[in-house]
Design a binder for this molecule. Structure first.
Ligand code: HDE
Length: 718
C-alpha cells in the first residue's frame, strides 16, 4: 500500500494540527549525547584539524571529514528568490471570529474560535537577500494557512494594486526595476532609468506608482502595515454559490510609515531594521496582530460596480463595499532556523482549499504557473512540499514518485492509479462532493491575445488615490517623485513621466516637474503614445478616506522612546512620564554621550542603555529630554546630542522637553517661548502638579505617530 505521510484523520481536532506542526519542526535532534558527528553519524574526535602527513606536512585527500565539511559548506546557499528575496517570517495562528458558512465551505472558516496554524513571510521585492529593509519598495505579505483540508496560501502585498495587468509584462517589469544589467546598480531601488523608462511607457502602472511614491512604500514596521490579496478571488459555499472576495489584513497597531530621510539613514544604521523589529517584538511576547477583513461582492453587484474585478491595477474602495471583519492573525513564535523556514518556505497562489477559488485575472493566472516553476530551481526539484515548513498537516497521498530531494519513502509495488494491488480498492474521490471542485464557470469565447476594453481606464483610480490623500501625504508623494526622477539620467524619461502624471493631476505633474530641468508637463504628448487609452471611467467617488494613512490616534504599545540626558539631570518629571509610558506598553531607553551611569541632580545613578553614536534618533519613535540646568548645558555643547534632538524634530516625531532642555530647540530657532509649541512638541516644567498631564499629552502626541504637518512649516538642519 502507498504510504500516507501524516497519521490521523482529516477531521481531527483543531489543536492537533498546531501540535503536529510543532512536532514536525522539532524532528531533527542533535547527535548522540551531543557529540559532533559526520553526516553519516560517525562521532568526530577532532573538529579543528585536518588529516596531514605529519603535523607540518601536506593535507591528505583521504580526509573524508574535511571533504564532507568543505563540500557541504560550498553548497550551503540556494538561489535567492528572483523577486521578494529579502524577507523575515514568523509562526502564529489564524482565529475565526465570524462564521462564514453562508459564503464558503472552507473548513477553517466555519466555526468561531477555530484556530489554524500559519507561517507568515514579509519581504521587500526589489533587493537581494542581503539588501536593507527600509528601502522604498512594495512589501510582500504572504500567509500560509496549514488547514485540515490542505495548505492555503494567501500571497499578497502591502499595496492593494499592482504595476501591470497581465502576467506577460511581469518579467519586463522586474527586469526594469532590478539593478541595471551592465553594472548591477542600484541595489534595492526603483530610482534609476530603466524602471522609469519602462513605467513611462506603461500607463497602466499609473495607479501603482502613486502608491509606490506614497509612504506605504516605507513602512515603520511589518507590524504596522496592511496586507492585501490584490487579486479578486472567489468564496464558494456548500451549495456552490459564489461570491467575489477581496482580502484585507488590518494591523492592530495601525498603519504607519517612516520619513523618507529617516528610511535612508536607517538603511545604513541598521539594515535589519524591520527584521529585528519583528523578531524582538515576538521575542518579548508583544505578538503582532492583524484583523482579516473581506469585501464580499455577489455576481450581480460585480456587474454594476464600475470596476473590472479582474484588473489588478484597480481596487474597490471600502467606502463602496464595506469590509467585513472575520478573524484575527497572531504571530507568536519566531523561526528556529532562518534558512530551513524563511528561505525554504514555498508559497503559491495556486495553493487553495475547497471553498476558496480563483478568478480569470490574467495576472493571477500567470502566477498560478510561475511559483512552482520558480521553486523547481530555487529549492532544487519537485519535492519542496516535503520540506518541514511546506508540509501539509493533513494526510497527503498520491502516486507521484521520485525526483530530486525526495524525503519520504513510499512502500509497496504500486505507483499508479487506478489500481487494486495497493489495498484492494480504488482511491478516486471524483464524482462526489468531496475535495476541491473548481467553480463551473461557463466559458465560450474565441481564443484571443488581447486585453479586455474594461481594463483600459488607467488614470481614474490614480486620481482617486491622489484626491484621497491629506496635505502632508500629497507633499510626500510629490517629493518622492522628484527624488526618484532626479536620479534618472535621461531627461526624456523624466518628461514622459510628468506628461503621464498630467492625466492623474495637473498640479501634481507641475510640482513634480519643477526641480527636474525639463519642460512643463504635456498631457497631449502622453495621450499620443502607444499604450495610452483615452477611456476614463466615471469616478467611483471624489475621494476615499480609507486610502489615506492620516492617523487619528491609536495604541502606542511597543513604541520606542529615547530619553536623552547628561550629568545633573533632574529625574522628577522623567520618572512620572516613564511610568505612564510603560503603563501603556511603550519602552524607554536612556541615550547619552557614553555608556555606564549618569549622576542625577539628586545624586541618583541612572544606567545608560545606548550612546548617541550607536543608537541614533532614527531608531526611536519619540524623544524625551528631562530637565536640569547642568544636563541641558552639557547636551547643548554636544553636537551628537543636538543632532539627535533636531533629527527627531525633522522626522516629525513627538518630542517632550522639560525645563532647561527646551533651550536645545530654541538654540536652533525652534519653539520660541512666546510662540505656540509646534505640533507634537511638548515643552514642560519640572513642576510636580503638571507632570501627569504632561505624560498624558506626550502619549496623545505619540498616538498620532508623526506630526507630519511640522515639515510643511519648518525646515530643520539635521
Ligand atoms: Fe509574485 N512571485 N509574481 N506576486 N510574489 C514570487 O515566487 C510572480 C505578484 C508575491 O515570501 C516568486 O518562489 C509572477 C503579485 C509575494 O516567499 C515568483 C507575477 C503579488 C512573493 C513570483 C507575480 C505577488 C512573491 C519569486 C505576475 C501580490 C514572496 C520566487 C504574474 C498579490 C513570497 C518564488 C515569499 C514571489 C512570480 C506578481 C506576491 C517568481 C509571475 C501581483 C508576496 O514565482
Amino acid at each position: 500500500m502507498a504510504s500516507s505521510r501524516t497519521e490521523g484523520s482529516r477531521k481531527s481536532k483543531p489543536g492537533d494540527a498546531v501540535a503536529s506542526r510543532q512536532k514536525q519542526l522539532e524532528s531533527f535532534t542533535q547527535g548522540p549525547e551531543n557529540l559532533l558527528t559526520t553526516n553519516q553519524g560517525v562521532v568526530l574526535p577532532d573538529n579543528h584539524n585536518s588529516l596531514k602527513a605529519g603535523v607540518r606536512g601536506p593535507s591528505l585527500l583521504e580526509d573524508f571529514v574535511l571533504r564532507e565539511k568543505l563540500s557541504h559548506f560550498a553548497h550551503e546557499r540556494i538561489p535567492e528568490r528572483v523577486v521578494y528575496a529579502r524577507g523575515a517570517a514568523a509562526h502564529g495562528y489564524f482565529e475565526l471570529t465570524r462564521p462564514l458558512v453562508e459564503y464558503t465551505k472552507a473548513d477553517f472558516l466555519q466555526e468561531v474560535g477555530s484556530r489554524t496554524p500559519v507561517f507568515v513571510r514579509f519581504s521587500s521585492v526589489i533587493g537581494s537577500r542581503g539588501s536593507a529593509d527600509t528601502v522604498r519598495d512594495v512589501r510582500g505579505f504572504a500567509v500560509k494557512f496549514y488547514t485540515r483540508e490542505g495548505n492555503y496560501d494567501l500571497v499578497g502585498n502591502n499595496i492593494p494594486v499592482f504595476f501591470v495587468q497581465d502576467a506577460m509584462k511581469f518579467p519586463d517589469l522586474v527586469h526594469a526595476i532590478k539593478p541595471e544589467p551592465h553594472h548591477d546598480m542600484p541595489q534595492a531601488s526603483s530610482a534609476h532609468d530603466t524602471f522609469w523608462d519602462f513605467v513611462s511607457l506603461m500607463p497602466e502602472s499609473s495607479h501603482m506608482l502613486m502608491w509606490l511614491m506614497s509612504d506605504r512604500a516605507i513602512p515603520r514596521s511589518y507590524r504596522m502595515m496592511e496586507g492585501f490579496g490584490v487579486h479578486t478571488f472567489r468564496l464558494v459555499n456548500a451549495r456552490s454559490v459564489c461570491h467575489y472576495v477581496k482580502f484585507h489584513w488590518r494591523p492592530k497597531l495601525g498603519k504607519h510609515a517612516l520619513a523618507w530621510d529617516e528610511a535612508q539613514k536607517i538603511a545604513g544604521k541598521d539594515p535589519d531594521f524591520h527584521r529585528r523589529d519583528l523578531w524582538d517584538a515576538i521575542d518579548r511576547g508583544d505578538f503582532p496582530e492583524w484583523e482579516l477583513g473581506l469585501q464580499l461582492i455577489d455576481e450581480e453587484r460585480a456587474a454594476k460596480l464600475g470596476v473590472d474585478l479582474l484588473d489588478a491595477t484597480k481596487l474597490v474602495p471600502e467606502e463602496l463595499v464595506p469590509i467585513l471583519t472575520v478573524g484575527k492573525l497572531v504571530l507568536n513564535r519566531n523561526p528556529d532556523n532562518h534558512f530551513n523556514e524563511v528561505e525554504q518556505v514555498a508559497f503559491n497562489p495556486g495553493h487553495v482549499v475547497p471553498g476558496i477559488d480563483l478568478t480569470n485575472d490574467p495576472l493571477l493566472q500567470g502566477r498560478l504557473f510561475s511559483y512552482t516553476d520558480a521553486q523547481l530551481t530555487r529549492l532544487g526539484g519537485p519535492n519542496s512540499h516535503e520540506l518541514p515548513i511546506n508540509r501539509a498537516v493533513c494526510p497527503m497521498h498520491n502516486f507521484q514518485r521520485g525526483g530530486m530531494n525526495r524525503v519520504t519513502i513510499p512502500k509497496g509495488r504500486v505507483s499508479y492509479e487506478p489500481n487494486t494491488l495497493a489495498n484492494g480498492s480504488e482511491f478516486r474521490a471524483d464524482g462526489g462532493e468531496q475535495g476541491f471542485q473548481s467553480h463551473a464557470e461557463e466559458i465560450e469565447s474565441p481564443k484571443i491575445r488581447r486585453r479586455s476594453p474594461s481594463f483600459d481606464d488607467h488614470y481614474s483610480q490614480a486620481t482617486l488615490f491622489w484626491n484621497s490623500q491629506s496635505a502632508w501625504e500629497k507633499e510626500h508623494i510629490t517629493a518622492a517623485f522628484q527624488f526618484e526622477l532626479s536620479r534618472v539620467e535621461v531627461p526624456a524619461i523624466r518628461q514622459r513621466i510628468v506628461d503621464n502624471l498630467a492625466h492623474v493631476d495637473a498640479r501634481l505633474a507641475r510640482k513634480v516637474a519643477e526641480p527636474l530641468g525639463i519642460g512643463p508637463p504635456d498631457a497631449k504628448s502622453a495621450a499620443g503614445r502607444a499604450g495610452f487609452r483615452e477611456q476614463r471611467a466615471k469616478p467611483l467617488m471624489e475621494s476615499a478616506p480609507s486610502l489615506s494613512m492620516e492617523s487619528q490616534g491609536g495604541p502606542i504599545h511597543t513604541r520606542r522612546v529615547a530619553v536623552v540626558m547628561a550629568a545633573g539631570v533632574e529625574l522628577g518629571a522623567y520618572k512620572v512620564i516613564q511610568q505612564a509610558l510603560h503603563d501603556v506598553g511603550a519602552t524607554t531607553r536612556v541615550v547619552a554621550a557614553h555608556l555606564g551611569v549618569i549622576n542625577s541632580s539628586s545624586g541618583q545613578h541612572v544606567p545608560i542603555d545606548h550612546t548617541f553614536q550607536t543608537m541614533p534618533s532614527v531608531m526611536f519613535d519619540a524623544v524625551l529630554v528631562p530637565g536640569g540646568a547642568a544636563s541641558a548645558q552639557a547636551l547643548m555643547k554636544d553636537g551628537d546630542a543636538v543632532h539627535f534632538v533636531l533629527e527627531a524634530y525633522k522626522h516629525c516625531k513627538p518630542l517632550c522637553l522639560i525645563g532647561e532642555s527646551a533651550e536645545i530647540l530654541r538654540n536652533a530657532g525652534l519653539g520660541a517661548p512666546d510662540a505656540p509649541a509646534p505640533a507634537g512638541v511638548l515643552i514642560g516644567t519640572n513642576e510636580p502638579t503638571t507632570r501627569l498631564q504632561m505624560a498624558q499629552d506626550f502619549i496623545a502626541a505619540m498616538a498620532r505617530h508623526r506630526h507630519w504637518g511640522r515639515a510643511l512649516v519648518e525646515q530643520v538642519p539635521a
